[in-house]
Design a protein around this ligand. Structure first.
Ligand code: DOR
Length: 428
């Protein structure tokens, strides 16, 4: 199969960043074979008119929950990857808090078998501990062999510092990170939202910012001591950002991600008691959000990760205290960030693409990624002027737990090509 994308505004991937050019892109099989100002169509080419649209490397997500095996009522690899393709993603990492958990080569192989049929590429993440029980290390060697990009007990922290230290030591020769779900369970307590003015007004138990930051501090110290790679998941506090900034400056191998919801919402969103605003870590106050935005712009935050966390209506249609933590994010990540960060002039598109495509690809070791000749044909075409309402019922995810329902957003993916095949969008 061959595809010719005509007349787009190309955001080309270079070794030192991105550059704009007007032109065409030709895809043959699973590769980008030509990029240029006027490529002649060949017999059998499917032609896509991209005039007025942005054409760029596909988005990459280091952190999504696809729930399979075990919770197919929330999401499956098939539905989650369709949602991802609709959001402009061409590779996503699936998190290991499944049932059974992804703690062995056998479970990783089963997930990869299911992912063969998926709309886009799926890279698994393995567990740190067997059964996510926090007691003994998982079969890390097997997991690495199966192709995990990192290991984490995400959803839960690795409470035992000695075990965390051993996990970091074990991963060093494999050059993969331990991905920290940074949370001190005692400080978290029974909290359901950020601890502060709004939690006090609403009478809901709070989660202090330090519940995250103290664990970020611990994990940085352990990464430094073991000379290993720490990746901090869903960073949400200004103190975490400060600690990571200092650690990076001192040469500690630490990288991190932030989610779209932590970058565009504050704890004010909880005022209506919409349980779709309940997420872990919680939506923070304005000062924290501001610190995250600055860190995203200056590159301290390496990448944006959706933390797509699907939950059924039953798990969300209840009292705020009882509701499950998590919200879906694959289909809205890009338009949210274009609307709230790019359009107001806070971030430019090449920087957004660095954080949503180039850098996450680099972290995950995807050397075949980028809008350049010879790379894998993972391409997202975006209409930067398309304005649409978020309508979860019309989405591809099996779940609908988003706090953004009804919001009008601007800048949506219109076509996604993954591995040379159209994974999303209308083509002739
Ligand atoms: O809100 C969250 N939901 N945070 C997590 O860390 C896990 C996730 C889930 O799996 O539902």
């Amino acid at each position: 199969m061959s595809i010719l994308i005509k007349g787009g505004n190309l955001l080309l991937s270079n070794s030192d960043g991105h550059s704009w050019a007007r032109g065409d892109v030709r895809v043959a099989g699973s590769q980008i074979v030509a990029i240029g100002p006027n490529i002649e169509p060949q017999a059998g080419d499917m032609t896509i008119d991209a005039v007025g649209k942005m054409v760029a490397a596909g988005l990459v997500d280091t952190h999504a929950h696809l729930r399979e095996p075990g919770r197919e009522d929330q999401e499956t690899i098939a539905t989650g990857t369709k949602a991802a393709a609709a959001g402009g993603f061409t590779t996503i990492a699936c998190m290991p808090n499944t049932t059974p958990p992804l703690d062995s080569g056998a479970v990783a192989a089963a997930v990869l078998q299911l992912a063969k049929e998926a709309a886009i590429r799926v890279v698994p993440v393995g567990c740190v501990t067997k059964g996510r029980q926090g007691k003994e290390l998982a079969e890390i060697g097997e997991l690495v062999e199966a192709g995990v990009w990192g290991i984490t007990d995400d959803g839960n922290p690795v409470e035992d510092s000695e075990l965390m230290r051993r996990a970091l030591e074990y991963c060093r020769p494999f050059r993969i990170p331990v991905i920290s779900h940074a949370e001190d369970p005692r400080l978290m307590g029974q909290g359901v939202m950020h601890e502060g003015f709004i939690s006090t007004i609403l009478g809901l138990p709070g989660i202090p910012a330090e519940a995250e930051s103290v664990m970020v501090a611990r994990d940085i110290l352990l990464a430094k001591a073991t000379n290993s790679w720490l990746h901090v998941a869903h960073v949400s506090t200004s103190e975490s950002v400060e600690l990571i900034t200092r650690a990076k400056a001192k040469g500690v191998r630490v990288t991190c991600e932030a989610t779209p919801h932590h970058l565009v919402l504050t704890d004010e969103a909880v005022r209506g008691f919409d349980t779709n605003t309940k997420v872990n870590p919680p939506l923070r106050s304005r000062e924290h959000v501001q610190a995250l935005r600055v860190a995203l712009a200056d590159g301290t935050i390496d990448c944006i990760a959706t933390d797509h966390a699907p939950h059924t209506l039953e798990e969300k249609d209840c009292d705020y205290r009882q509701a499950a933590f998590g919200l879906i994010g694959l289909e809205t990540a890009l338009p949210l960030l274009i609307t709230h960060l790019v359009k107001p002039g806070f971030l430019d598109l090449p920087t957004l693409w660095d954080r949503m495509s180039a850098r996450p690809a680099r972290l995950m070791g995807l050397t075949d990624h980028g809008l350049a000749i010879g790379k894998r044909a993972d391409i997202t075409i975006v209409d930067l002027e398309l304005e649409k309402e978020v309508e979860p019922a019309k989405g591809f995810s099996r779940s609908q737990n988003t706090p953004f329902a009804g919001q009008r957003l601007i800048g949506w993916p219109v076509i996604t090509i993954a591995g040379g095949r159209v994974a999303f969008g209308e083509v002739e």
